[in-house]
Design a protein around this ligand. Structure first.
Ligand code: MN
Ligand code: MN
Length: 477
């Protein structure tokens, strides 16, 4: 074979992956940045699972989605609306646009999660040491502990008082708000204690304590007057007492807004993009799916970062309950068999991030199978640890189906594995949804600095993820 022929064969036989940017026309290139701005606004409003849930519900209500529990509570029968949502315990959401087909013929589900790694305040948080008021934290999800030292942190959360009253707080986001911080050792004194040790031994959870004040209340003879100073301020402002922290969920998250990254503003830097990037893109995709053939469902789970536990995690019966209510509203049978068949007939994208190959840490990736920033939505056939342990491992048939769908719809996509074999690993909600018998594929953008206080995403990937999810919702096959 001569050179020209070989080149021709190469073009025919080799897999083509293209930069998402190269596949965009002029108008779409503008749309990438418009969507990027909306995405940053979403991230700024949604720094905890509760805030994300509030924001999603507010946007859904604006778009005419109706509370399914309100509908079910109605005494008089009315014809059900086509767009519904359920907010469950303020942290988990399901939304649906009813399709033209019966629900029991199967649905299109996109499942993301809205919790992110952070530092939670402990239930007895406030103490004092060396004339300072401090707060104990317990980290949530997989963090690299040293990421959380020496940066400004904001407190977001809710406190349930003894009388049942709920107080929502956000301190540290407005430019003139105070912030909180975990201290670190100066390099001059870090040699023996930190420098010569393993990183996992150096940074310990019990040292992730927040500095919370340094002015005393009362004279020197008053014991714990720095702790008292803080509690007095909190009592003045929120009318709470120390015991109220027992029934509170307060999260310390990186203070500040989402930012553009790069001279060309082509990326977004922000906390919590795992997995609010998929929450945002699936939400926008659902909004742009007014009349699908199959019922389109968006799920926004809590507790993914700690194993999908709890009543609002993907291991719960939240989805079954929601679908049986959809069947009821749509006047379809609601018996166990119909519910099972609906679930089995459904298709699901587990919408979560993958780790993009990092130019400075290429060695943890295997370059043939690592996703890269800017190459569009990533199909992750399997996740897991070691020999794919704990992974859903999507079927070749379903991967093939999604691949064809994305090709048809001009979506830039790539495939990816989370790091080299035996380098580490992780999981998603995929396997918990696959238990129902439906086809599930992990599918979302690849980001840099995942699980750090400042994760990096490409705006063209945000756009392609949105476009991919929209194509999925609108696919009748
Ligand atoms: Mn995730
Ligand atoms: Mn995660």
């Amino acid at each position: 074979m001569n050179k020209t022929e070989a080149e021709k064969q190469k073009k025919k036989l080799f897999k083509k992956t293209s930069l998402a940017y190269d596949r965009l026309g002029k108008q779409e290139r503008e749309a990438v940045f418009t969507l990027g701005d909306e995405y940053k606004d979403f991230l700024n409003a949604a720094k905890t699972e509760r805030e994300a849930a509030d924001k999603i519900v507010a946007l859904a209500a604006e778009r005419g989605f109706v509370d399914i529990d309100g509908l079910l509570a109605q005494k008089t029968k009315k014809s059900p609306p086509q767009k519904v949502f359920r907010l469950f315990k303020d942290k988990t959401i399901a939304m649906a646009v009813l399709g033209q087909e019966k629900i029991s013929f199967g649905t299109r589900i996109i499942a993301s999660h809205i919790d992110s790694p952070r530092l939670d305040l402990k239930q007895n948080p406030i103490y004092e040491d060396l004339s300072m008021g401090l707060m104990k934290t317990h980290y949530y999800g997989g963090i690299r502990k040293y990421h959380w030292l020496s940066i400004p942190l904001a407190l977001h959360g809710s406190i349930i008082k003894a009388n049942g009253e709920k107080i929502d707080i956000t301190i540290g986001e407005a430019i003139d708000d105070p912030v909180f911080t975990v201290t670190d050792l100066l390099p001059h004194l870090a040699g023996k204690l930190q420098g010569d040790k393993k990183i996992s031994d150096v940074f310990v959870g019990e040292k992730l304590n927040l500095i919370a004040g340094s002015l005393p209340l009362g004279s020197e003879s008053v014991k714990e007057r720095f702790k008292l100073g803080i509690l007095q301020l909190l009592n003045d402002k929120y009318n709470i007492i120390e015991e109220d922290f027992i029934s509170a969920e307060i999260e310390a998250v990186p203070a500040g807004s989402a930012r553009d990254i790069g001279f060309d503003r082509s990326m977004v830097g922000a906390y919590g993009q795992d997995d609010r990037i998929c929450a945002f893109t699936s939400l926008e995709a659902l909004f742009d799916t007014p009349s699908p053939e199959k019922t389109a469902i968006a799920l926004f789970f809590d507790k993914e970062e700690i194993g999908s536990e709890g009543s609002g995690g993907a291991k719960s019966s939240f989805l079954e309950d929601f679908i049986s209510d959809l069947l009821f509203l749509n006047k379809e049978p609601t018996d166990n068999r119909t519910l099972r068949k609906t679930l089995i007939n459904s298709q699901c994208l587990s919408a979560d991030v993958n780790a993009a190959m990092d130019p400075d840490f290429k060695e943890v990736h295997e370059k043939l199978n690592a996703p890269k920033l800017g190459f569009g939505i990533c199909l992750t056939k399997f996740t897991g640890v070691g020999g794919k342990s704990g992974s859903n491992d999507a079927s070749a048939e379903f991967v093939g189906h999604i691949r064809t769908l994305f090709n048809k719809n001009e979506i830039a996509w790539q495939t990816g594995e989370l790091g080299k074999i035996d380098e580490g690993g992780g999981g998603t909600v995929a396997k918990f949804l696959a238990q129902f018998g439906m086809d599930v594929l992990d599918c979302g953008p690849a980001i840099l600095s995942m699980h750090s206080p400042f994760e990096v995403a490409g705006k063209t990937d945000v756009y392609m993820t949105y476009k991919g999810y929209k194509a999925f919702y609108n696919s009748p096959e």
